[in-house]
Every structure is written in structure tokens, then in C-alpha cells.
Design a protein around this ligand. Structure first.
Ligand code: ZN
Length: 392
């Protein structure tokens, strides 16, 4: 019996929940919980502080170690200002594609996993399959750490995780991390006719921005490089800046928001230390000669670990075996795979749809890729029923 039709029905149901990251995902989570409960499967929820968002964790099969995690995020990016040709939250099937916000990124994968739950239950699984659906991934994997903690508390250690972000079902065994920071400069205000009596926080922030740009240029020119990524080096981007109150006032405060996307293996603490050294050794002595209260403070906002390629990874071994693919790729976007890896659960990124579609108006997924994903997950279920060794 084909599972494609029920999968597309489920996908349409999931798309219909407007789970833009800023909003609650509870209606979707309750829907999934109900669907699983009808099949006798219990869900564990972990909540955001607000109580408005939740992660869902459910296990099919025996409560033993060595299982497979199927991981995906339930939130989607906003649609405002994008020229959609139809309602983004209503699936449209046309020309072998399903259109709608989240079809590629990444409710397509979640629909596939949910559609196969009856098959998981029908088989006598030797190792469990865990469904791990998180919130706020698009804001920097904010939901998934609580889910991984809960997993560590409640479950015997899984063997591996498959993160179903859109890779057109290619095997991505590495991705960059994202580390986001806010830097705030405090100077001293005063009348703009006497700049020498104040400390201009906007100008000081500009020096810090340039210091970051110099660090970025060094990565760009000297590496390290990994050709699997585009670009192949660690990047820094200054995304927002805000300072001052009026043109005739020396600005006392200026803040800017920036991020680095280091190659796996590059420590973001090193970038932070270099910025800090510039501030302490070159900038602050000049500022404090005028205003001893001058300050530069950097705080971390987002930290998502990169995924390091691991030739010994059972996640890579299993998916290579099941897909017959030899090659692995790196992806430029960030996923929770690095967080799983850090929690001693080897992870690989592989899912239907293309990242070129993600975050775009008229986002779609090819139905052929949904079918291919169902085939792949059916093989994962076969493996869980008869988990042959993954060594080597
Ligand atoms: Zn995504």
C-alpha cells in the first residue's frame, strides 16, 4: 500500500498550522500528539518559558538504547513582504510539486515520519525510533536544547539522529555553526559643538565593527578553508546597529548585533577574544582618558554548534548503506545536528526538498522527493527491525 497519499494529506494538515517562529506551535503539537495517541504512542512535551511553544518527543519500539532519532523543527519563517501567488498556509499540488510555507523547510520530512508510524508499529522493532519535533529552530535552534536534555533524562542513549532539513536527500555530514552576539559601547554624551568633551559611542562602535571586518578578512584570505562550504571559510556579519539620539548630541550609547558562522573546528571564542583584546588594548584606553566610565560589553545571544564530519559516524554509515550514496556534502545552513553530536548522538542531515526553496515565496517540495524520503525512512524502519552492525 502506498503511503504517499496519506503523507500528502498529513503535509497539508501540518502546513495549515501557521507556526511562524514568533507564534505558538501548540496547535500543531496537539495535533501530532493526538495522532500518536490514537496509535497508542505517548508523547513527552517540553515547553518554552512562555508556555506557548513546545517540543515533542515520542518513541515507537522498545525502550532500549541504540535507536534512531528522526528530528525536525515545527516552526517556519515569516511570509510577510514576500510575493506569494497563493495562501502560504494552504497546500497547493501542481506539476508534481506541493507548494506552501514549510513544505521544504521542513514539514515535508515530519509528514513522512508521521505517515510511517503505522509501519513502525507493525514491525517488531529491535531498537526504537524516536520522533523529535522542536520549536524555534529558525531563531537559532532555541527549542531543541531542552528536547535533547529531556531525551538524555528520559531515554536510553540513541545510536544516531537523522535531521530532515532539505538536502534533496543528499547526505550532509557537516555544517557551520552560528554564534550571535550583541556588543554595546557606552561613552559620554555632550553637546555636539564640543565633541572633545564627550566620548562618541557611535564612532567607537564603528572602530569595533572595523576590527571585526579585519578578522573576517583574515579568515577569508588565510583560511582555514573547507571547499564543501560556500563560502569555504569562517564568516562574520554585522547585521544591525543602533546608536545616538539626535544629530546635535554626542551619542552615549551604541549597540550592534553580529554573528559569526565558523567552520566546524574554528572556535568562536577566539574571535570574541580578539575583539576583546582590541577593545581593551587599543580602544578603551583612548575613551577612558576622557570618560573613565566608558565601556564595551559583548554578550552572546545565540550559540549553535557546527556539525563536524566524523568518518566513524554510525549516522553516516547507516545512511550510506541505505541510500547507496558514497559522497557526503557540507551545507551552509545550520541545524540541530551539531547539538545532537555534542550530546553524543552522532547525526546526519538528510531530508526532502531544497534549501534553495526554504524561506522563499512559493516554497515547494517535489513530490518525487517526498516519495524518495518515504522509501529511505522505510529502509530505516527495516534496519530498526533488524539492526545489523554499522561498524566500518
Ligand atoms: Zn529548517
Amino acid at each position: 500500500m502506498s503511503t504517499l497519499a496519506p503523507t500528502l494529506d498529513l503535509l497539508a494538515r501540518l502546513i495549515a498550522f501557521d507556526t511562524v517562529s514568533a507564534k505558538s506551535n501548540l496547535a500543531l503539537i496537539e495535533f501530532v500528539r493526538g495522532l500518536l495517541a490514537e496509535q497508542g504512542i505517548e508523547s513527552r512535551l517540553t515547553f518554552h518559558d512562555s508556555g506557548e511553544k513546545a517540543n515533542l518527543l515520542a518513541t515507537i519500539g522498545p525502550p532500549v538504547a541504540g535507536g534512531v532519532v528522526l528530528s525536525g523543527h515545527t516552526d517556519v519563517v515569516p511570509v510577510e513582504g514576500q510575493p506569494w501567488s497563493a495562501d502560504p498556509f494552504r497546500c497547493v499540488v501542481r506539476d508534481g510539486r506541493v507548494y506552501g510555507r514549510g513544505t521544504s523547510d521542513m514539514k515535508g520530512f515530519i509528514a513522512c515520519a508521521l505517515a510511517l508510524v503505522p509501519m513502525m508499529r507493525a514491525r517488531e522493532l529491535q531498537v526504537p525510533i524516536h520522533l523529535a519535533f522542536s520549536y524555534d529552530e529558525e531563531l537559532g535552534c532555541l527549542g531543541v536544547p531542552a528536547l535533547i536534555d529531556d531525551m538524555a533524562r528520559a531515554l536510553p542513549l540513541p545510536r544516531l539522529a537523522i535531521v530532515g532539513e532539505p538536502t534533496r536527500l543528499r547526505l550532509a555530514d557537516r555544517h557551520k555553526g552560528i554564534h550571535g552576539f550583541d556588543t554595546t559601547v557606552t561613552g559620554r554624551d555632550g553637546h555636539s559643538s564640543a565633541p572633545h568633551r564627550g566620548v562618541n559611542a557611535v564612532s567607537a562602535a564603528a572602530e569595533l565593527v572595523l576590527a571585526l571586518e579585519r578578522i573576517a578578512a583574515e579568515f577569508r584570505e588565510k583560511g582555514p578553508f573547507d571547499a564543501a562550504f560556500d563560502p569555504s571559510y569562517t564568516t562574520i556579519n554585522i547585521g544591525q546597529i543602533e546608536g545616538g539620539t539626535a544629530v546635535n548630541i554626542i551619542p552615549r550609547q551604541c549597540s550592534f548585533r553580529w554573528e559569526t558562522r565558523p567552520l566546524p573546528g574554528v572556535d568562536p571564542a577566539e574571535i570574541l577574544a580578539r575583539l576583546d583584546r582590541f577593545a581593551r588594548q587599543e580602544l578603551l584606553p583612548r575613551l577612558r582618558a576622557i570618560a573613565p566610565e566608558a565601556q564595551v560589553v559583548t554578550s552572546q545571544r545565540v550559540s549553535v554548534a557546527g556539525l563536524r564530519a566524523d568518518p566513524q559516524s554510525p549516522a553516516t554509515a547507516l545512511l550510506r548503506r541505505l541510500t547507496g550514496a558514497n559522497a557526503t556534502i557540507g551545507v551552509a545552513f545550520t541545524t540541530e545536528a551539531g547539538l545532537f553530536q555534542r550530546a553524543r548522538i552522532p547525526a546526519i542531515v538528510c531530508g526532502p526538498g531544497s534549501i534553495d526553496q526554504a524561506h522563499q515565496p512559493d516554497e515547494f517540495v517535489e513530490i518525487s522527493e517526498i516519495e524518495a524520503c518515504l522509501d529511505l525512512l522505510a529502509k530505516v524502519i527495516d534496519w530498526a527491525a533488524d539492526p545489523v552492525d554499522l561498524a566500518g
